[in-house]
Design a protein around this ligand. Structure first.
Ligand code: RIB
Length: 339
């Protein structure tokens, strides 16, 4: 027979809510003798809490939500893997949902997770949300009013007061392009992300800053627009091939994969024909023939800090917001040739 909370309460001569609180190690005004009795009965009958039933009594689902823009992008899937592991260590399940980098899906998924009674959310907004983020900010403020804490990760809204954590995108791009310049390159292209991307625009700013510092001219056609996906890197590569460019800074490594495909399909090689620095340091286990120099945004650190921020808020709802900006790292390998 599967014993229930009510059965245990009857055997221990206490209320069902007292049983639930004791078995959830929550504060409860009950004698130690009764507390011990409850635990002995639960153990004797091998009681396993029904998570849904438990949430009805404690109003706690021990479930969190994570919205990522592109589950096929190694940066996001690795980040999700880290966040899920940290949440599970704390006894929480993580619902991971994918917005496909579409603003409408951001809005729908925030509502969907809230309707599943998640206790908190980690949110990486879509690039397109930056076109007009009024509605998503309204939804996020409603989450706060409903005592559902959230953390913006990686892609933040600077104007919104909330818990947030990102890497310094302008610094990352500056380090990447300065590395190319220090190796003698001056004809350097940049495969940027969509114009709506907040991170992408900061990376473009880092490119401009480094090029200006070395008095390097940015000719027409040197900056190409991608969308963080492989195909856009491939298309940009085909446009770059016939230009007098010796080096390319690519603002994420999914586009770097696409760029490498276009280069190799045209019989060219990295770094012999093009020196390349990517961003995310996420594809090195999958690329052969060249070891890619890239900007690392450590997803383990990003996930760990994001989880710490959210759990601090769960434990103390009155805790003040924190805005963290981590420093990315240039990982030098052999995709840049000195000229
Ligand atoms: O690869 C996807 C990019 O978008 C990453 O660099 C990350 O910063 C995200 O914003």
């Amino acid at each position: 027979m599967k014993i229930t909370i009510k059965d245990i309460a009857k055997k221990a001569n206490v209320s069902p809510s007292a049983v639930s609180l004791v078995l959830n190690n929550r504060p409860c005004r009950i004698s130690n003798e009764k507390r011990k009795k409850i635990k002995e009965i639960a153990e004797e009958y091998n009681y396993s809490a029904n998570q849904i039933a438990r949430s009805l009594v404690t109003k706690k689902t021990q479930t969190l939500g994570l919205i990522i823009p592109d589950i096929e992008n190694i940066f996001f899937s690795s980040l999700a893997k880290n966040i899920e592991a940290y949440c599970r260590e704390k006894g929480y399940m993580l619902m991971i949902v994918n917005s496909n980098n579409e603003y409408d899906n951001d809005l729908e998924l925030i509502n969907l997770l809230a309707s599943r009674s998640v206790e908190g959310m980690f949110i990486i907004p879509s690039d397109s949300s930056y076109s007009d983020n009024t509605e998503i900010i309204n939804r996020l403020e409603k989450l706060s009013k409903a005592s559902i804490p959230y953390v913006l990760i990686d892609r933040i809204y600077p104007e919104l007061s909330c818990d947030k954590i990102t890497y310094d995108n302008e610094l990352g791009a500056y380090l990447a392009v300065r590395h190319l310049l220090e190796n003698g390159h001056r004809k350097i292209a940049c495969i940027a992300s969509s114009e709506m991307s907040y991170n992408g625009n900061l990376r473009l700013r880092g490119y401009y800053k480094a090029m200006k510092e070395f008095n390097s001219t940015i000719k027409p056609g040197y900056v190409l627009q991608g969308d963080y996906r492989i195909d856009s890197g491939y298309e940009a590569g085909n446009q770059i091939l016939d230009k007098d460019i010796t080096a390319v800074f690519i603002t994420n490594d999914m586009m770097t994969l696409g760029f490498l495909k276009s280069v190799y399909e045209n019989g060219k090689r990295v770094p012999d024909d093009f020196s390349v620095v990517g961003y995310d340091n996420s594809i090195y286990p999958y690329v052969f023939g060249v070891e890619l120099t890239s900007i690392e945004q450590d997803v383990e650190q990003l996930g760990k800090h994001a989880v710490q921020l959210l759990f601090s808020k769960l434990q103390d709802p009155n805790k003040s917001y924190e805005s963290l900006c981590l420093s990315p790292r240039l990982v030098v390998k052999n995709s840049v040739k000195e000229i």
